[in-house]
Write a protein that binds this ligand. Sequence first.
Ligand SMILES: Cc1cc2nc3c(=O)[nH]c(=O)nc-3n(C[C@H](O)[C@H](O)[C@H](O)COP(=O)(O)O)c2cc1C
Length: 242
Amino acid sequence: MNLFISNKTKKYAFLTAVIMLFTFTGFALLQAREMIDTMPEYKSETIKLPEPVQGSNTSIEEALLKRRSIRSYKDSSLTLAEVSQLLWAAQGITSPRGLRTAPSAGAIYPLEVYVVAGNVDDLPDGVYRYNPYKHELVRVAEGDKRTELCNAALGQTSVRNAAAVIVFSAVYERTTIKYGDRGIQYVYMETGHAAQNVFLQTVPLNLRTVVIGAFYGDKVKKVLKMSDREHPLYIMPVGRIK
Ligand SMILES: Cc1cc2nc3c(=O)[nH]c(=O)nc-3n(C[C@H](O)[C@H](O)[C@H](O)COP(=O)(O)O)c2cc1C
């Protein structure tokens, strides 16, 4: 038996080991990612949203100039097209690779976006989760939940009086699996990016909003039936200018 292994054989063995290691690690990461990404299954309807438009008469400068935290709104409904536009601004997909309107560390996208609808044309009152991949809403709960959400937000009346309320939550593990504890900061930064997009998008639509950070997280989670892995981060009531 030849006990000497040629250099060529050693090279092949090393390459095979490296390939196997990459394959195994990649597979393990994919599995972990899949577990983290799985959202609760709602045996409920989905609502296709109107296509977002990509033009308006408002310049980016005008949107920046007019962005203001407004907490009281006209008692008037939003259209489904307006809700669609706001959700697209928040997390809409803008490239064939699946990249979105807001930047995301490692393009991992830890954010989930909800709409609590109370006065939206062609949308029954309820809680909906936005699916950016299909640009549609998935119903999570039925009925007007604005008062419950207002109570969870320390009674801030802007939440109860808005026609619809956008809520951002995050699954931290999607980002921390790659970036460790630093991923938590990244998630907060991303929420700010997405919320500012919504803020700016309200201007050409003649809508107004405010970002709300003061709320009881556990109560918000309950109202929106969030999974254990999700953490609410921002609440944005939206309504028409008075
Ligand atoms: C992290 C954060 C949390 C906030 N939380 C609340 C809140 O709970 N309720 C509220 O009415 N406004 C809240 N605001 C809005 C600020 O009060 C508002 O941005 C500030 O007064 C400046 O006004 P402007 O946004 O019109 O420029 C929050 C803003 C930030 C950035």
